[in-house]
Design a protein around this ligand. Structure first.
Ligand code: PEP
Length: 230
């Protein structure tokens, strides 16, 4: 089964947690489902069979960093994963590759699994390899990436309903896999209509789902599709 990560962004509430927990009770491979709600909702998932993770974390373990969330606190409440480098964090909060790498090291030291988002902007498409190489270079230098998950998210596809053609997804994710030897997800406008064709791309280990993960019925359908794919 492929890995399916739900990124709720700054959406969702206790009611949505209840609905998702309920709809995923019959999931065949709960270990392959990772729900990433806003951090105050993480406690809702403590008793579930599937995995859960945070959408971000601090570059520090503790101290005078008002508003930040320590990765060790995330670990203590049962998170297994932390998304880092999402394009919204890079673009809206000016997070640099170096800053993202500081989080990456802490996450690995704590034995959590980073889900590292990378991807080119629309004007960078013609030289995407250079862009991705630049985003990847710190992680590759670090070495052992076998536990790490990369999510290829072309920025122009996030929340737009537009996806790259399937051959392009195959080409880019194969490139990332070759560079990192890690699991690679695709993210950007995945929904129940395109999930089958996307998840069947050979180089993809799963999907990172934003908007469609906020609708319990639609998300459940994506999970059912992923359960059928080896
Ligand atoms: C995302 O934000 O990581 C994402 C993939 O969003 P969407 O599925 O809504 O494009």
């Amino acid at each position: 089964m492929k890995i399916i990560v739900a990124n709720w962004k700054m959406n969702g509430d206790i009611d949505l947690c209840d609905k998702i927990i309920n709809s995923l009770k019959s999931a065949i491979y709960p270990e392959s489902i990772i729900i990433c709600p806003p951090s105050p909702l993480l406690f809702m998932f403590r008793e579930v069979k599937f995995k859960y993770g945070a959408q971000n974390c601090s570059t520090n373990l503790k101290g005078a960093f008002t508003g930040e969330i320590s990765p060790s606190l995330l670990k203590s409440i049962g998170c297994s994963y932390v998304i880092i480098g999402h394009s919204e964090r890079r673009n809206l909060f000016c997070e640099s590759n170096d800053y993202i790498f500081q989080k990456f090291k802490l996450i690995l030291e704590l034995d959590l699994i980073p889900i590292v988002c990378i991807g080119e902007k629309i004007n960078e498409r013609s030289y995407y390899k250079e862009v991705l190489e630049e985003q990847l270079k710190y992680f590759i230098k670090h070495g052992d990436l076998n536990k790490v998950i990369f999510a290829y998210e072309p920025v122009w596809s996030i929340g737009t309903g537009i996806i790259p053609n399937l051959d392009d997804i195959l080409e880019v994710t194969s490139f990332i896999k070759m560079q990192t030897q890690s699991k690679v997800l695709y993210g950007g406008s995945v929904n129940k209509k395109n999930a089958t064709e996307i998840l069947n791309i050979a180089s993809i280990d799963g999907a990172l789902v934003g908007g469609a993960s906020l609708d319990p019925n639609e998300f459940y359908e994506i999970i059912k599709i992923s359960e059928k794919i080896k």
